[in-house]
Write a protein that binds this ligand. Structure first.
Ligand SMILES: [Zn+2]
Length: 115
């Protein structure tokens, strides 16, 4: 992902509108690119500040809020990865089960003299 692509995803990230694939790429980029990370902090700070003014709460731990948001996003990425692995395992086992069932059926037909 380029910096330009990452910058376009900052607002959707803050609004929770990224797909799982976009989210993972975005998180990896801001983890390794200090400029985009800084850009994210600025947008996040502004967004967080506006929300806090609207809600009239006096907690201003914006950096902590960003860290928590990023950690929750990584948690979501790990969860999606785990589900993907489980889906592959399930698909593989299902395919194997079908294949073995077919072989057993062939054996039954062979023993019954159909072949
Ligand atoms: Zn960048």
């Amino acid at each position: 992902m380029t910096c330009r692509e990452a910058e376009h995803l900052i607002i959707p990230y803050i609004n929770g509108q990224l797909t799982d694939e976009e989210l993972e790429e975005f998180l990896l980029h801001v983890k390794n690119c200090s400029e985009c990370r800084e850009e994210l902090e600025i947008y996040f700070t502004v967004d967080c500040g506006i929300r806090q003014l609207d809600d009239d709460i006096g907690v201003y731990d914006i950096r902590g809020a960003l860290e928590r948001s990023l950690e929750q996003s990584w948690e979501r990425v790990r969860h999606v990865r785990m589900l993907t692995v489980l889906r592959y395992v399930f698909t593989t086992l299902s395919s194997l089960w079908l294949f073995v069932t077919f072989l057993l059926q062939l054996r039954i037909w062979w023993q019954a003299g159909i072949f």
